[in-house]
Write a protein that binds this ligand. Sequence first.
Ligand code: ADP
Ligand code: MG
Length: 356
Amino acid sequence: MNAAEVRSTSGRRNTAASVRFEPAVPHQPTAAVVRDAAPVASTDSLAAVAADPTYVSRETPTREEDDPPLAMEAMRAVQILNPSGEVTMPRPDRTRVMCVANQKGGVGKTTTTVNLAVALALHGNRVLVVDLDPQGNASTGLNVPHHTGIPDVYDCLINSVPLAEVAQAVDGIPNLWCVPATIDLAGAEIELVSVVARESRLDRAIAAYPGEFDYVFIDCPPSLGLLTVNALVAAQEVLIPIQCEYYALEGLNQLINNINLVRQHLNPKLDVSTILLTMYDRRTRLADAVEQDVRNHFGDKVLQAVIPRNVRVSEAPSYGQSVMTYDPGSRGATSYFEAAQEIAERGVKEPVGRNA
Ligand SMILES: Nc1ncnc2c1ncn2[C@@H]1O[C@H](COP(=O)(O)OP(=O)(O)O)[C@@H](O)[C@H]1O
Ligand SMILES: [Mg+2]
């Protein structure tokens, strides 16, 4: 039996109340593709999947399998690139500062930041991206220079340089700016310890920005240190990307605890407003189970749009582009467009932030 024969038949997104697991099929997969039954931090359903000998982890699907037919692709591309400027996403009444956080690395924080920011900017919103990860991946993804010597977010946090002096306009995307991160930021975590009002440096810098933005996205590093605390203090909303994988929910409690602490002591307006499921592989039952668990736990905070695992999304940064511009007809671009639209619509329907 090959891998294709043990595929889930449940479709891309199972929104039924419970996830049904098919009975185990006799199967001899190779050790390389079977997950070990690891200690379970999340729910029983995930454990059931992990213990299932038929569960096979899969590689990124090929383009042929993953992308829509050509005519539809072209239609979506026009809608996403929006060359006429006709398609707009509603603008919020006031700036929404969204912190994209999850202390796990590789869950799609940067990809989400970059693509949502580009999608909103292409549809009539003024957007600022603050790269708060010393790796500078968001700066790379937006093709913003961030080598040593470039004024960056470190200068704002440590030397009180105004954000407006370091923000760069993103080439080719009107209404989008980026405050880059250089490798200097790696030292900030330690240097901040002795700085006055160390937790609210970014909050003050954003408040002092003279430009009027509809959205400020802060791309956090994969840790819960002072940089992430600065982001949580500056934001009204937290957007948590969750990867549809087995360990996805591990560590989430720790993140939520930290958010609660920041809310109690430093920023009463902070709200986990948005959960986005990323890297969804529709061919695994595991992805369905993760989606169900996350929806059961977080309810309507979870966006209906789910980001599939899509090779075009992972290729885009190496061209200094978002997937929105690199391959606007791809499923990755379409899904991020839908996620951005949902976020924009929620922003005008519901008050943002606890005290709003
Ligand atoms: N939907 C997706 N499909 C395929 N690859 C993805 C997807 N989202 C992210 N990736 C890839 O996964 C890796 C980790 O994503 P990234 O956004 O950098 O995570 P984080 O910022 O949380 O560390 C990157 O190489 C990125 O290109
Ligand atoms: Mg990142």
